[in-house]
Write a protein that binds this ligand. Structure first.
Ligand SMILES: Cc1ncc(C[n+]2csc(CCOP(=O)(O)OP(=O)(O)O)c2C)c(N)n1
Length: 353
């Protein structure tokens, strides 16, 4: 186990000013420690964090970038054609979710090391003796990576300034319950993390599709289903961080705006599924962004969500709903079984011809 405070002290001593990135639950303590010290820079996409680090390097400063191995794919373009190309070498700290972990991590978990090798990015297992020093030495020549292979690698650090729970806001599960209750035969697609896990617990059915990986792709996935599934209505439930990760997809979605699609964003201003890390420096402006792209219904209670979804069911036309929620989920929230995830595309296709 790595002493998280000492690790951050060592980073600072080496000249790192900031730790930028997108969270992974394996990196929770490290991000908490950085946030407690005011040196965490939240980004909504791993590639953006790398580009920021490149900018900092151009200005003579150094940032480390944190990400999950699933986020490496978002990071490849700036990693190879910005940070590496121009010698703006950056230390990556990668939460390396494992092969035997949840199904969505299997391929990337096995691919990370060969992939980094192909890119000529040296990597080190974070818990190995002297790993940080070795990775740091490489920065003269390359970007380099520390792989964090376990959720217990970093010693836990509590977050000092937890956000105040806004008691009047609904919880995610309350909203999902009303959506499930008025879905009728509509398809329900849910985003990465707690949203899919909660929907699975509330009401599992073959017409549900749990998009457990590919964070940020829900709107495009839902649009593909809606446009090819005839009159079948589609209700998509996204998270704010996931929506922000590929905000460009929302632009396209609002241009396509299939009549049979209702796209709902639940905004808790955080990455709750990986530990509640913030996704922005200030209060969310996502409603304004959504509303600018397409007139968006703001629903403040479960009852208002129900009303809006029922209206969509009665008179299908592209509908966008924004719901401000508070963080909070069952500590022992089950996950859909692996067999279900492996087989869910087949199950869905049979149920939604
Ligand atoms: C590309 C990528 N980066 C990071 C992750 C790790 N991750 C899984 S869920 C999640 C947070 C999602 O936040 P949000 O969409 O706001 O939903 P919430 O968890 O708050 O319900 C993150 C960062 C991931 N799965 N994929």
């Amino acid at each position: 186990m790595i002493d998280t405070k000492q690790f951050v002290n060592e980073l600072l001593a080496k000249g790192v000013d900031k730790i930028a990135g997108v969270p992974c639950s394996f990196l929770g303590p490290l991000i908490n420690e950085a946030q407690n010290r005011g040196i965490y820079e939240p980004f909504v996409n791993e590639g953006d964090a790398l580009a920021y680090a490149a900018g900092a390097a151009l200005a003579g400063h150094r940032c480390a970038v944190v990400m999950q191995n699933s986020g490496l794919s978002n990071a490849v373009s700036p990693l190879t054609s910005l940070n590496e190309l121009f010698g703006l070498h950056t230390l990556l700290i990668i939460g390396n979710r494992g092969v035997d972990d949840e199904p969505q991590h299997r391929i990337m978990a096995g691919a990370v090391k060969p992939f980094l090798k192909t890119l000529a990015i040296p990597y080190f297992d974070a818990e190995d003796e002297g790993a940080l020093d070795l990775a740091w030495e490489q920065l003269d020549q390359h970007c380099s990576a520390l792989l964090v292979n376990d959720r217990h690698t970093f010693k836990p650090v509590p977050l000092k300034k937890k956000k105040q729970a806004a008691e009047e806001l609904p919880f995610r599960a309350e909203i999902l319950r009303v959506i499930a209750g008025c879905a009728e035969d509509a398809v329900i697609v849910t985003t990465t993390g707690f949203t899919s896990r909660e929907m699975y617990c509330i009401q599992d059915r073959p017409e549900n599709f749990y998009m457990v990986g590919s964070m940020g792709c829900l709107g495009s996935l839902a649009s593909g289903i809606a446009e090819y599934a005839g009159d079948r209505k589609v209700i998509a439930v996204d998270g704010d961080s996931a929506c922000l990760m590929r905000l460009g997809a929302l632009y396209t979605l609002t241009q396509r705006r299939p009549d049979n699609l209702c796209y709902i964003v639940l905004d808790n201003e955080a990455n709750e599924s990986t530990g509640g890390q913030p996704n922005s420096l200030e209060a969310s402006r996502l409603f304004g962004v959504m509303d600018n792209l397409f007139p968006t219904r703001r629903a403040d209670t479960a009852g208002e969500v129900e009303k809006a979804v029922k209206e969509f069911q009665r008179h299908p036309s592209y509908t966008q709903i924004y719901v401000k929620i508070q963080m909070g989920a069952d500590k022992n929230l089950p996950r859909p079984e692996r067999e279900l995830i492996w087989g869910q595309a087949e199950r869905f296709r049979k149920a939604v011809p």
